[in-house]
Ligand binder design. Structure first.
Ligand code: NAP
Length: 259
């Protein structure tokens, strides 16, 4: 399917690997010129070169921490304007609700709520001015069904979901569609580290931890960054112009709800 976005300009945050990279690759395949970001210079530079070579689009890497004001400024300076924004950052660490301090909450809110809000505030007004834009926020299945050990994530991402619910309806009339993509378990480094946490907590080996987590997914598999990226690219397409303020769950059926 031609997504109708060839020649558009996009920013994908936290994209040297994992879900962010999956989104960057799918957008590049659709012909979008990109700025991509992550903290480790060698990784983001290599990823940009690989994507540019494979898909023949322009890909500019920016090594910066997207959860800081300075990091966002450097990304925005390299970007100029954008038609497409994919918000992403690393997820907060697991733990217990009894232990998280105010600073832990502030770090989680900075990473998984306020960075996305700041980038939308920076880029969406100009999208509205041009009458076209797409924003995809990578959140988590945890906004539909809480994951107890990821309480910091549950909290921050639900906050972003509330913000988007209101804001998306204020910008839709100017051609800007803002939606959230909710990953269930995908085979990325983040999933590996959560497998390791289950393995350590239960004293089982990592393969057993993975089998246990896969057994809880009706599809019986982990998703891939490629699956995820394809959905992201569709949400950024011309055809997605009637999809506004939605929370799209990609979880192999794991969250057991009717709607
Ligand atoms: P991942 O494989 O660990 O990749 C994370 C990417 O983000 C890397 O490119 C990393 O590069 C970059 N990054 C991390 N912190 C950053 C920061 N502060 N500034 C800029 N870049 C940063 O993670 P993932 O699985 O793709 O997950 C992406 C998001 O989806 C996370 O928030 C995660 O919690 C959430 N999620 C994932 C799953 C899953 O199953 N995979 C499920 C639910 C939710 P550097 O380390 O070099 O910066």
């Amino acid at each position: 399917m031609d997504l109708g976005i060839r020649g558009k300009r996009g920013l994908v945050c936290a994209a040297s690997r994992g879900l962010g990279r999956g989104c960057a690759e799918a957008l590049a395949e659709a012909g979008v010129d990109l700025v991509i970001n992550s903290r480790t210079e060698a990784d983001i530079t290599r990823t940009a070169e690989e994507i540019a070579r494979r898909f023949g689009v322009s890909v500019t890497p920016v090594a910066a921490d997207i959860t800081t004001e300075d990091g966002r400024r450097r990304v925005l300076d390299a970007l100029g304007q954008a038609d497409i924004l994919v918000n992403n950052a690393g997820g907060p660490p697991p733990g217990s609700w009894t232990d998280w301090s105010r600073d832990d909450f502030i770090r989680a809110l900075d990473a998984n709520l306020l960075s996305a809000v700041a980038l939308m505030q920076a880029l969406v007004p100009a999208m509205m001015g041009r009458g076209w834009g797409r924003v995809v926020n990578i959140t988590s299945q945890a906004v539909r069904s809480p994951i107890p050990v990821l309480g910091l994530s549950n909290t921050a991402r639900t906050g972003l979901t509330g913000f988007v619910a209101g804001m998306s309806r204020q910008v839709a009339g100017r051609g800007v569609c803002v939606n959230n993509l909710l990953p269930g378990i995908h085979a990325t480094d983040r999933a590996d580290s959560l497998d390791k946490a289950v393995s350590a907590a239960q004293g089982i080996d990592i393969e057993a931890a993975r089998r246990q987590r896969q057994a809880a997914i009706p599809a019986g598999i982990y998703g891939t960054a490629e699956d995820f990226g394809a959905t992201c690219a569709f949400l950024c397409s011309q055809q997605a112009r009637f999809i506004v303020g939605q929370n799209i769950l990609l979880d192999g059926g794991a969250v057991n709800v009717t709607m």
